[in-house]
Write a protein that binds this ligand. Sequence first.
Ligand code: FAD
Length: 289
Amino acid sequence: MAEKITAYRFDRLDQTLSQLNKEDCVIMAGGTDVMVLHKSRRGVPPKISRPIVFIDHLSELKQVYQNQRDLHIGACCTYSELLENKLIPMPLKNAIKTIAAPAIRNRGTLGGNICNASPAGDTLPLLYVYNAKLLLRSVNGDRVVAISDFIQGPRRVQRDQNEILAEIILPSVLEEGSHVVFEKVGNRNADAIAKVGFAGYIRINDAQIEDVRFAFGAVGPTMVRSIDIEKKLLGKTIPLADADIAQVVAAFDKIIKPIDDQRSTAIYRKKVALNLLRYFLSMKQYQPN
Ligand SMILES: Cc1cc2nc3c(=O)[nH]c(=O)nc-3n(C[C@H](O)[C@H](O)[C@H](O)COP(=O)(O)OP(=O)(O)OC[C@H]3O[C@@H](n4cnc5c(N)ncnc54)[C@H](O)[C@@H]3O)c2cc1C
């Protein structure tokens, strides 16, 4: 017989936060990771030892709006909703289109992808190069943390038991002249978990690099990004000299340390990651998007 599970579904966010403050619960947004994580053998309902609190319906967590130069995205917006929203930047939409299939995209949320903290989470490389900030809300108030500080390792995030990720803030998304790409290598164009993910961000002024950022997914316990390596390219002229490209690729070669698993090999992952970086750096022109 199926075991009883306590589940809460409050009308408002403040009621939800108050419950989280009293009791350690499993937060369920779309549930597409939670249900897999707790799955039992075929025909047997999932085993979830703590009470569940549903948040997917809370309108406070589903707003998308601009505040000055920042874009605020409600953590419980589903992928399908984000694809329909005019404010969402095209590179993020391109990444979302590679995630799973429409049924999962109708349930899965951006906040869930972040809090699940999988090294292969497809939105994460882009969120790292956008310097995304996360707004965490609890009965004690709000705090804002950089995504790179929030995600600590595979399925490990710096979230207190009483906190909900309320909004994802993209501070630089509206910076003029930036060119941003997302590339995912998997067995298929979509409905496949990434073997390698890559996001590149570059802003040029008068042929000189003003800002440049790279993040790699699925090649380490969490996204690989190095501000020290990025700095080496500031002020350089486009197109980049072969020696500059080689220097940056060699520097990432040292810090990208993938593993073999059921999806790919470490050797393949490293080769592809460095090829994607080389390809991005070798572009003759970067069109703002
Ligand atoms: C068939 C299938 C295919 C998939 N394909 C892909 C893919 O191609 N690429 C990819 O990146 N992922 C993929 N996923 C994983 C999953 O769909 C995504 O990670 C999705 O974004 C998770 O969102 P969710 O709302 O379903 O999260 P949930 O399962 O509800 O939650 C995930 C985790 O985050 C926590 N959480 C969720 N929201 C919040 C919040 N607002 N505040 C605090 N904690 C929160 C939960 O407690 C849980 O620990 C796939 C999953 C399935 C089942």
